[in-house]
Design a protein. Sequence first.
Length: 391
Amino acid sequence: MTAKAPITQDVHTIPRHLPDGKPNLVGMTRDQMRDALITAGTPEKQAKMRMGQVWQWVYHWGVRDFDAMTNLSKDYRTMLAETFVIALPEVVTRQVSGDGTRKYLVRIAGGHEVEVVYIPEEDRGTLCISSQVGCTLTCTFCHTGTQKLVRNLTTSEIVGQIMVARDDLGEWPTPGAPKDETRLLSNIVLMGMGEPLYNFENVRDAMKIAMDPHGIQLSRRRITLSTSGVVPEIARTAEEIGCQLAVSFHATTDEVRDVLVPINKRWNISALLDALRSYPKVSNSERITFEYVMLDGVNDSDEDARRLIKLIDGIPAKINLIPFNEWPGAPYRRSSNNRIRKFADIIYKAGYASPIRTPRGEDIMAACGQLKSATERARKSRAQIAQEAGL
Ligand code: SAH
Ligand code: SF4
């Protein structure tokens, strides 16, 4: 695949409207599904078993037609079809970048749109999903941050993004077929639009479904949640989700971080680091990923690199350097490749992995921080952003 390969865009518009307000099985947790089946008339004694069966059809086999649920009686299937729907968000467009990255524009209830990005790599395939339409936070280098929050996504809409991608990749298992070890969609990152820890319950429930051994079956080690630093929810993430954690660090002094990641004014670097120190132990997870966007002349000096090393001392960490992805009206420039390499070198010599994230899908505006839905195009001007950033 070369960068010159043509960009393709197809309009899908698969009609997936929820008919007459029937409850959607997609998005239900185990408890919710059990309760819903009881309400629909399933005897309590059978409810756990029936839930287990329906659960597997929906989340493991990816079945959409109740008639395909062959281990249930015909009457029971008819009852399910009359009572419930199995509905996913609608895919409006799908764009495929020259580098194989796929970007889906997905429409959810109320006509809102979110973007979902699939990034194929040699040894894995990562799906970057969104947790909110827009974001209430206003990080000055982030395109999503210029979009007003429209709303939190529901559990169904978060899980639905994974299911839509599995549909497109043709990756639902077929009963009886040998188990495929290399999954096309092997990893999930909550790095799309929104701050996942401001939508905690729905994100948690969706990730529990994604990790369920009888559901989508992704290991918690293959799910990474990225937060800008909502400190009180970090401990909860460790206890209630237990996935990998990434943190949008981006600066080594409170002065600069206050501007880049304004949530720092509420929970500063020292409060954030305290919360991060206990994360790996409580969640029994590996290293924390420190995301660090490289902004020319703002946070990319040798001194910054050395300060960063001092700050994270004692935390099992990997530092992911992200060359700034530009978007129309952005008030920053990307650091030069030389500068990024020098910065990476200082960190690497201090004993930390310091991979430089290669921007993917730039030609379709699918790279980190470039996501922004078309429903909310009213863009703040460059001057407005600069003013708010105190530049
Ligand atoms: N709200 C969460 C997750 C979404 S952002 C968070 O902030 O962590 C995912 C990552 O992309 C974050 O590290 C974010 O800081 C980074 N990012 C945002 N805009 C970017 C841009 N224009 N260029 C490069 N990285 C960006
Ligand atoms: Fe929101 Fe994350 Fe963008 Fe900040 S970087 S505005 S928290 S999506």
